[in-house]
Design a protein around this ligand. Structure first.
Ligand code: HAM
Length: 420
């Protein structure tokens, strides 16, 4: 122990073999985004606090309770990003990316920070793969993103993923729904804090997970009954394209999600093998976000998939991590001169694209051979003093046990040939 230091509360160290699982998850999600023509974007880990306050919404839990906010030495209020969408939209506006061909399709793979109460699947530092398509109001883009995510989960071998789907309407029809919901909520018995929320942001009340609140919401009006004709048609088209693509979904008219920028399409992927923190990914359309942060009209839609929770979902489904990266050759030098020669041979092998490792430390033959076996290498390359004098090394096939001398001159070529 290092003076008792531990990873900070709500964080954890990602260690093998789980780190392999996490990398496999990230790769599958990134592959999905790239297969749809999404390009990589990287934005800073911190942004102006106001970007999130205005983008994510002043009355959301994320902004009121969960942000890592501090003044920097220049007196600016800075926030560690709690999510990626506001920052991507900020970058697209700042650099005029939407002046070119539309939609602008971007993906990211990055850590995010929320000061949440830690529990299984809920961390203060977590990883998302996100994808955002900006500049197009075409339901096919919404469907594309959902299909890409669903296919990524499937490619990982997950079978217990459910897709929840909703539409939140637009600036035309949302106000009437908001008013209807407010009317209903004013008529039920709520605690003072929730009452306040009814006035400030009634849709947030639908997100309240407390069973007593959920019970009171049983007869609340549904957003899907208040959609305007355009929103209804848009939503039907998304549903149709999902069905045509063989992606199953469940209509969930009470789904609102915890961020204020959503309009129209809204979705969440939940895993039935996880506990309370079952949302392994989610997203939706955010046609007004750009204007909320002072930009021009710029419709958008996207998702963020939670890597940490997807790893937990894979563990719950007993999906094994991919095997550790193996080297092809493990060199076993016996003696000082052999050690230097082995170092150079290993370097040459690697430069030629052959994975190679070396028995470090002053180990005897037995210990070094055990290390070679453990490495999973196909060949051990044993170099004794006599071999050196003869200009050879002993190449031992670790699967068959066969051993033969190989000339040091041209050794890299010989090994490469054998590996093919
Ligand atoms: P979100 O639902 O807040 O959406 O987060 C997306 C995913 O990140 C969640 O489904 C979950 O898997 C993971 N996640 C969130 N918070 C935590 C946490 N504390 N610990 C572990 N995992 C967590 C967004 O962030 C939106 N920006 C998604 C989006 C993109 N909407 C449109 N474009």
């Amino acid at each position: 122990m290092t003076d008792g230091f531990q990873a900070p509360k709500g964080t954890y160290d990602l260690l093998p073999p789980d780190s392999r699982l996490a990398l496999a998850v990230r790769t599958a999600m990134i592959d999905a985004a790239r297969s749809g023509g999404y390009e990589y974007i990287e934005t800073p880990v911190f942004e102006d606090t106001d970007l999130f306050a205005r983008g994510v919404g002043e009355s959301t839990d994320v902004v009121t309770k969960e942000m890592y906010t501090f003044d920097d030495r220049g007196g600016r209020s800075i926030t560690l990003r709690p999510e990626g969408t506001a920052a991507v939209v900020r970058a697209v506006i700042e650099h005029g990316l939407a002046r070119g061909q539309l939609p602008v399709k971007l993906y990211y793979s990055a850590p995010f920070f929320r000061y949440e109460r830690p529990q299984a699947g809920r961390y203060r530092h977590f990883w998302q793969i996100g994808a955002e398509a900006l500049g197009t109001e075409d339901p096919a883009v919404d469907a594309e993103l959902i299909v890409l995510a669903a296919d990524a989960y499937r490619a990982l071998g997950l079978t217990k993923v459910r897709l929840l789907l909703n539409s939140l309407g637009c600036r035309e029809c949302r106000p009437a729904y908001r008013a209807a919901l407010q009317d209903y909520l004013r008529g039920v018995d709520l605690d003072p804090a929730t009452r306040q929320r009814v006035e400030a942001n009634p849709l947030r009340v639908l997100d309240d997970r407390r069973p007593e609140i959920q019970a009171l919401l049983a007869d609340a009006p549904l957003v899907t009954d208040h959609l305007c004709a355009a929103c209804k048609a848009f939503h039907e088209e998304v549903r149709r394209l999902l069905t045509d693509s063989g992606v199953e979904f469940v209509d969930e008219p009470r789904l609102v999600r915890g961020l204020d920028y959503y309009t129209r399409t809204l979705f969440e992927f939940v895993h039935t093998g996880l506990g309370a923190q079952s949302a392994i990914g989610g997203g939706g359309r955010y046609d007004g976000l750009s204007e909320m942060i002072g930009g021009p009209p710029l419709p958008g839609v996207g998702w963020a998939l939670g890597v940490d929770r997807t790893v937990l979902a894979m563990r719950a489904e007993k999906i094994a991590p991919p095997p550790a990266a193996r080297v092809d050759v493990f060199a076993v030098p016996l003696g000082e001169d052999a050690r230097r020669t082995a170092f150079l041979l290993v370097t040459e092998l690697r430069r030629a694209g052959v994975g190679a490792d070396l028995g470090y430390g002053q180990r005897g033959l037995k210990g070094a051979m055990r290390a070679a076996d453990r490495s999973g290498a196909r060949y051990a390359l044993i170099l004794g003093e006599r071999d050196l004098a003869d200009g050879v090394a002993q190449l031992k096939d670790l699967t068959t046990g066969d051993q033969e001398p190989v000339a040091l001159a041209g050794l890299v070529g010989t090994v490469k040939e054998k590996l093919q």
